[in-house]
Write a protein that binds this ligand. Structure first.
Ligand code: GDP
Ligand code: MG
Length: 315
């Protein structure tokens, strides 16, 4: 990596882990702070499977945001690995950003996480009350106080913000920057994500599957990128134009799920492919040809070998 260490005196850098229940908006906030769509988001809980580092470089600091799968009670091997992954980041970072759903009163899942963090009281915690765009003005005080009561400490600063509209985010960035230790760039300053391109590509497909089939399909979907290759598209006016051809397989657990993903006459698969292709073209900055296959692998979520093959190997 070609690192430019010639940063000015007083520059800060470090790791910030986003911790919170599934669906509170962690991945949306990562995208909002970094200004690019590096993390996939959806209204379905447990969208985020891999630990993703997103990087925000400002003139004052470099913030490395660690997006984690939400913390919840696991029901299968995949769930177990996800929670383990989220918890294991707690001890490794400079700051913890505890995300709570400001648009709802505190729940039992929140208390579980707060207790977990209080056991590790050596790492500074910043609380973000997210989804504040959905809180009515007359509820502001009461809602914030209910979360302050839940946290039982006045050591943790509170921020109201909306990961969707970006409201409150500049303040948050400022505050987080000041909380990091002095240090140089830890990643090249134009880098926004530490995930390999293949992982992002497969996540784009999974995102579309979750978006378009969420009522019918549980989380038994995984995506494998089988091949990525540059192809010469046309030679008009003597100029070569390349396009990226991507072959990918969507794995499901049951035959009925395969049917849902393919849809009547292949309609659903076409919609999924189109959505993913748009995101891929943005990432790769050029035309993409995408071919999707659907394969049934019973119980892939409970098979360690399959999980590792698909990249869920953080232990
Ligand atoms: P994660 O599981 O914590 O990573 O949550 P996601 O980032 O995937 O977001 C879950 C859902 O909440 C998505 O449908 C988001 O669009 C939505 N969401 C996230 N942040 C906000 C916010 O600030 N306001 C509103 N209204 N919705 C939000
Ligand atoms: Mg997420």
């Amino acid at each position: 990596m070609n690192l430019d260490k010639s940063v000015s005196k007083g520059y800060r850098s470090g790791f910030i882990s986003l911790i919170g229940r599934p669906n509170v908006g962690k991945s949306t906030l990562v995208n909002q702070l970094v200004g690019e769509e590096v993390a996939i988001t959806s209204p379905v809980a447990q969208t985020t499977r891999n630990r993703l580092r997103a990087i925000l470089t400002t003139p004052k600091a470099q913030l490395i945001l660690v997006d984690t799968p939400g913390i919840h009670k696991p029901h299968h091997l995949l769930g177990e690995r996800l929670v383990k992954s989220a918890c294991s980041t707690i001890g490794e970072v400079d700051l913890i950003l505890l995300m709570l759903e400001g648009n709802k009163p505190p729940g039992r899942g929140d208390a579980f996480i707060v207790n977990l963090l209080q056991e590790k009281n050596d790492i500074p915690v910043v609380v973000v009350l997210n989804k504040w765009d959905q809180v009515k003005l007359h509820q502001y005080e009461e809602r914030e106080n209910s979360y302050k009561n839940l946290c039982k400490t006045n050591k943790w600063p509170f921020f109201r913000c909306s990961a969707i509209t970006g409201e409150g985010c500049p303040n948050l960035i400022e505050f987080l920057s000041e909380g990091l230790p002095l240090g140089p760039y830890l990643y090249p300053k134009d880098m926004v994500s530490d995930q390999p391109e293949r992982v992002l590509l497969s996540e784009f497909i999974r995102e579309q599957v979750l978006l378009h089939t969420r009522e019918e399909l549980p989380h038994s979907v995984a995506v494998n990128i089988d091949r990525v290759e540059d192809r010469i598209n046309s030679k008009a006016n003597g100029t070569k134009k390349t396009m990226t051809a991507i072959l990918a397989t969507v794995l499901v657990e049951r035959k009925s799920q395969k049917g849902i993903i393919i849809g009547k006459g292949g309609k659903m698969l076409k919609i999924i492919g189109q959505g993913a292709r748009m995101r891929m073209q943005k990432l790769l900055d050029g035309p993409v040809y995408l071919e999707l296959f659907v394969k049934v692998v019973p119980n892939w979520r409970s098979k360690p070998a399959r999980l590792s093959e698909l990249g869920y190997k953080w232990d």
